[in-house]
Write a protein that binds this ligand. Structure first.
Ligand SMILES: *Cc1c(COP(=O)(O)O)cnc(C)c1O
Length: 384
């Protein structure tokens, strides 16, 4: 397959890790210090630095964003017999974490402009569930592709029903909404440092929260729920979710460069905005939100107006070894969730059909970006 392994300088990838000298320096220093794993000073610093960035007092480093989501849901008490609202347009991890707790996910459709949870639809859904007497333990929000959900409208709706928000901020570190940073909106939030995210620890995540009890419990569960006794005492099921000190060192170097990497991604996005501006029927998902982190740029092409489909552009770019990806297949369309209840407007389905994720990484150099833009220009010229 052309996009793998040794062909890296050939293919233009969607969102490859952006690793430089600073990362080498931090990781080498961690290795030389002898603090390899599990704990260490970089881990403590990394937690404090992410907490500061998210504007919350507590952070617990874990080995994936999915683990952070699981612990956040556990922290709000999700369990068998409970219902948790999940946006249908998301990566499977959001819904999988609900299953880990034994709770049942129900799916809600999105706003067509951003792909994020539709606040009005959420209000109707919570009213329906309330009338049924369902035990709704949490509403999860997803800050899709780096644009925060509309918390100004979502939080009051959730407050009306006394349901806590668990924020899946896996894609939105560094973004903001109404002047508040991503990760600060929910009772707890989860960041991901997976390899393709805005910053990476190769694999990792972070739970952030203002609730010290929730943070303490998450830390305890992430360490196999080991009670403070020398002889390994355990009273409940725990998990091996901790992040290593070496990976935290990598994360600290990445975090020091986060703003620069966000600027780079925004410049790439601006290039797409410019090239598609004169094209009738194409828009950027999330528009030009100045507070987004520009993790991934997604175009939405309405075939009735463009005369072409998103997948036609994808095929054209693939021929030039430029990687693109469809928008997430909605959860209500997944075989895993075939029996789940959903409140739908059709917006997520439309974005799945008409959306296309374009190369957006901060490691893309000028010539790679030009190759993508030239590819798009060539495609558009052939369609006129
Ligand atoms: C990446 C991602 C996750 C999972 O993060 P991992 O670190 O890969 O476990 C969860 N939710 C969303 C929306 C994501 O994009």
């Amino acid at each position: 397959m052309a996009l793998a392994g040794t062909e890296h300088d050939q293919a233009v990838l969607l969102s490859a890790p952006d690793i430089g000298e600073l990362e080498q320096e931090y990781v080498l220093a961690a290795l030389r210090s002898g603090w390899v794993a599990p704990a260490g000073p970089d881990l403590d610093h990394f937690e404090r630095e992410i907490a500061r960035r998210a504007g919350v007092p507590h952070a617990v480093a874990v080995n994936s964003g999915t683990a952070a989501l699981h612990l956040a849901l556990e922290g709000v008490g999700a369990g068998p017999g409970d219902v948790v609202v999940v946006p249908t347009l998301t990566f499977a991890a959001t819904a999988n974490a609900v299953l880990y707790t034994g709770a049942t996910p129900v799916f809600a459709d999105c706003d067509r402009a951003t792909g994020n949870l539709d606040p009005e639809l959420l209000a109707g859904l919570l009213a329906d569930l309330d009338a049924e007497g369902a035990r709704v333990r949490a509403v999860t929000t997803v800050d899709l592709y780096g644009t925060c959900a509309d918390y100004s409208r979502i939080l009051p709706v959730c407050e009306r029903y006394g349901v806590p928000v668990v924020e899946d901020a896996a894609e939105s570190l560094g973004a903001a909404h109404a002047g508040r940073p991503a990760g600060s909106f929910g009772r707890a939030a989860a960041f991901s440092f997976n390899g393709n995210k805005i910053m990476t620890t190769s694999g990792g995540g972070m739970l952030v929260t203002a609730d010290s009890g929730l943070a303490d419990r998450a830390r305890y569960l992430a360490g196999q729920a080991r009670l403070p006794a020398e002889h390994y005492e355990h009273a409940e099921v725990g998990y091996n979710y901790r992040l290593s000190n070496v990976l935290a060192a990598l994360g600290r170097a990445q975090l020091a460069r986060l703003d620069a990497m966000m600027r780079r991604r925004r410049a790439v996005r601006d290039g797409y905005a410019e090239i598609f501006a004169p094209v009738d029927g194409v828009r950027l998902l999330g528009g030009d939100d100045p507070a987004g982190n520009c993790w991934l740029t997604v175009i939405v092409a309405d075939p009735d107006r463009t005369g072409w489909r998103a997948r036609d552009l994808a095929a054209h770019l693939r021929a030039g070894e430029v990687e693109t990806r469809p928008v997430f297949k909605p959860m209500h369309r997944q075989p895993l969730f075939a029996g789940a209840r959903s409140w739908l407007s059709g917006a997520a389905d439309a974005l799945f059909t008409n959306g296309l994720v374009l190369p957006s990484g901060s490691a893309l150099d000028r010539s790679q970006v030009d190759r993508v833009l030239d590819g798009i220009t060539g495609f558009l010229a052939g369609r006129r």
